[in-house]
Design a protein around this ligand. Structure first.
Ligand code: NZQ
Ligand code: ZN
Length: 392
């Protein structure tokens, strides 16, 4: 088992344009002669005027739009955009949306220039899992802080008929730039604000809650981010237009999974794999699948995560006056209370998963090669089953 920070090769080339009136600033980072496809989702970006601002910023460049990228973006929808890009020779894309539109755009950017069938971009029992050698350049305008897709190279795509949600990642699919305007979050409803904050909380735990390797900065930064999320949560409401609250919310989310906290440390990510199966099964919002699974993981995999759970109890929740076992129990209880305080589920029942569904979920994990998950690849299907059962 790893005992110190492992060798790493860290790369993140995405430019961040943060603050007020930053859509205008992207002009400098798009070639003057580019033919731009603007991608967006179900309509919020159009309704709230963001698309109009992007069009204005493009000046005299040629442009068109592709809308209708749904939450948990579907392969089939994205392939329509790929056809459009190829037929009309777009050479730059701007994604305007949350994780779904940005992830979908990463796929469009790669698939439009992929030699062969784009299904082979995916592994995990879906396609051949071939590397992406090339992708069209793209930028993003983030409308929903949550996934950090705006500053990473990963994407998660849903295959509706196969009931599968699988990811890919490539050095070629980093955004060239991302516009982060905290004021764009003013139109988000409570549910999405809480989803975003929670998704980030879980991203931090996936990278942090493993075993210690004396990674002092990664640990301290993760703990500080977790504490700030807990502090921010009561203020992050749809009717609170405090710029500072939104600015901190946005930047904490982006840093939760731009991989700055990950170099050289063991990481888990099983909660996400188990959660993706739930979304593929019954379309539950991504973040709402994670909270019950993470709480159950803390219990079922307590022994492997023992030291980090104690560190989490002490440094995130300030629990120091108790023995080790009590610290862990209290930290898990506090985490559950926190999720409840922002109306996130703590049991699978709350998101429509019953005991009788667990066989199906475990079969799907097997189909998607998720048979050796977690920081030490020791989370077998039996352990995943136990986690689902504990989460009920
Ligand atoms: O479609 P529209 O009308 O735009 O509405 C969206 C959507 O219904 C709405 N919304 C977005 N910005 C808004 C807004 N409504 C009002 N005002 C705004 N400013 O919010 C709804 C949800 O959007 P979505 O993009 O689906 O949410 P999120 O950002 O949480 O993304 C979730 C997707 O990202 C994947 C998830 O699996 C899921 O598919 N993830 C991507 C990751 C990555 N690339 O690194 C990591 C994550 O762990 C995650 O797996
Ligand atoms: Zn997530």
């Amino acid at each position: 088992m790893q005992t110190e920070i492992a060798n790493f090769n860290f790369y993140n080339p995405t430019r961040i344009l943060f603050g007020k009136n930053q859509i205008e600033a992207m002009d400098a980072y798009i070639p003057q002669n580019a033919k731009v496809l603007i991608t967006y989702g179900g309509g919020s970006a159009k309704r709230f005027g963001t698309i109009d601002r992007v069009v204005e910023a493009l000046g005299n460049r040629k442009w068109d739009t592709f809308s209708g990228i749904e939450a948990n973006p579907h392969f089939e929808t994205l392939m329509q955009a790929v056809e459009k890009v190829k037929e009309e020779n777009f050479d730059f894309i701007i994604a305007v949306g949350g994780g779904s539109v940005i992830d979908g755009t990463k796929f469009i950017a790669a698939a439009s220039v992929f030699p062969g069938d784009p299904i082979d971009i995916f592994g995990q029992g879906i396609g051949a899992g071939k590397p992406i050698e090339e992708a069209l350049p793209f930028g993003t305008v983030l409308t929903l802080p949550a996934t950090s897709s705006e500053m990473n190279s990963g994407a998660v795509i849903t295959f509706e008929e196969l009931k599968a949600k699988v990811s890919f990642s490539s050095e070629k699919t980093f955004p060239k730039f991302s516009v982060l305007e905290p004021e764009i979050t003013y139109t988000l409803p409570d549910r999405q604000l809480r989803n975003g904050l929670t998704d980030t909380f879980i991203h931090l735990l996936e990278d942090y809650l493993t075993y210690p390797v004396d990674a002092r900065l990664q640990d301290a930064w993760s703990e500080a981010s977790l504490r700030e999320i807990i502090k921010l949560a009561p203020e992050l409401n749809a009717d609170n237009y405090d710029y500072s609250v939104r600015a901190n919310y946005m930047w904490i989310c982006t840093n939760g999974l731009n991989n700055i906290l990950r170099p050289g440390v063991p990481t888990d990510w099983a909660t996400h794999e188990l959660g993706h199966e739930i979304t593929a099964f019954n379309n539950t919002d991504h973040a709402r699948t994670l909270t019950p699974v993470m709480l159950a993981t803390m219990k079922v995999r307590k022994e492997e995560k023992y030291e980090k759970l104690i560190q989490y109890a002490e440094n995130v929740w300030g629990i120091t006056e108790a023995n080790d076992e009590e610290k862990i129990t209290l930290a898990i209880d506090k985490t559950a209370e926190f999720f409840q305080s922002i109306e996130m589920p703590t049991t699978l029942e709350e998101i429509g998963v019953k005991e009788a569904d667990i066989d199906y979920l475990v079969t799907q994990l097997e189909k998607h090669d998720d048979t050796a998950l977690g920081e030490n690849n020791q989370q077998t299907l039996d352990i995943s089953r136990k986690i689902y059962e504990t989460a009920l």
